[in-house]
Design a protein around this ligand. Structure first.
Ligand code: NAP
Length: 276
């Protein structure tokens, strides 16, 4: 079987010119597009992600504001800093890096971001509008999954899609987006009893588990489409949630690295520039 490797770069590149043009047009009118990235603590993955976003916004002609806070910062302090940035007209969008340290409720921080500066659908009002189909700007990663499938010509209508993971940032919204595309969707999680039975029936598997190589070849059918959201660090290497041995059975799959992550970063920039 000819397997299609659904690389992220061509998908992201489709957005690059449009976003750069928007940012440059704003600049010509005297307005800099600025993304504020808030990191609390020293989680290495958050810092890597923050650095990638800073580099990308600069490449696209915008500015980055990095707000790095010590791990012991109180929740109220983080919320207060975000609210101050909500009022700062020089800041276009705000992205707090998740997860926050354990003593901070990520939802409280996420929903403190003003709806019009929320680039990752963290604010409850944006989330509510998304789930009722009124806001197309879902969180960046679920949108990246859909943009990738669309780019590679994979239709979801009538397909059976199994999502593994039910987080508010990936699993639930990506399932909702697949549903909006008229797929039949099952969401699995850590208490799902017959997981492999379900995944073996899936036309499309979207893996957002956070466990390296979790999906094995005996869990999928021949010709399956694999969207691997996982970003796990194993011995300093980035590894997905899907065992690379699955590729031999897949008709298409997203690589890790070089797959969904690349598109997700661009989706943040797309959301950042949606009001300009
Ligand atoms: P998360 O909040 O930890 O959620 C993981 C989900 O997997 C949970 O719903 C959990 O179920 C489920 N799960 C855990 N063990 C399972 C098992 N044995 N069987 C079935 N389900 C199981 O993680 P997340 O934030 O959604 O992220 C998921 C992965 O995507 C991570 O690797 C993360 O690094 C990556 N990620 C990538 C991007 C990107 O741009 N590519 C962006 C965000 C996240 P319960 O709900 O029952 O606990």
């Amino acid at each position: 079987m000819d397997t299609i490797i659904m690389r992220g770069k061509p998908v992201a590149d489709n957005y690059r010119e449009l976003i750069t043009n928007k940012i440059n047009a704003a600049k010509a009118n005297g307005r800099l597009v600025t993304l504020a990235v808030v990191v609390v603590g020293d989680d290495p993955a958050s810092h890597v992600y923050k650095n990638r976003l800073v580099k990308l916004i600069q490449e696209l002609g915008g500015e980055a504001k990095e707000v790095i806070l010590p791990a012991e910062t109180e929740e109220a302090e983080v919320v207060s800093i975000i609210k101050k940035m909500n009022r700062n007209r020089y800041i276009t969008g705000i992205l707090p890096m998740m997860p926050m340290p354990k003593h901070i409720d990520s939802d409280v921080v996420g929903t403190a971001v003003a709806a019009n500066k929320d680039v990752d659908c963290l604010n409850y009002s944006n989330m509510g509008e998304f789930f009722t189909g009124k806001n197309p700007y879902a969180a960046a990663t679920p949108r990246a999954c859909m943009a990738t499938l669309e780019h590679y010509g994979i239709e979801l209508e009538g397909k059976y899609v199994v999502v593994i993971g039910r987080s508010n940032v990936v699993g639930k919204p990506v399932a909702m987006l697949a549903l909006q595309k008229n797929a039949t969707v099952t969401i699995c999680h850590s208490k799902t009893k017959n997981l492999a039975e379900l995944t073996r029936q899936a036309d499309v598997i979207i893996a957002a588990v956070g466990k390296p190589c979790f999906v094995k070849p005996d869990m999928v059918k021949e010709g399956v489409v694999i969207v691997d959201v996982g970003m796990n660090s194993v011995d300093g290497k980035l590894v997905g949630d899907v065992d690379p041995a699955v590729e031999a059975k897949a008709s298409s799959f997203t690589p890790v690295p070089g797959g969904i992550g690349v598109v997700s970063n661009m989706m943040v920039m797309d959301a950042l520039t949606r009001h300009i």
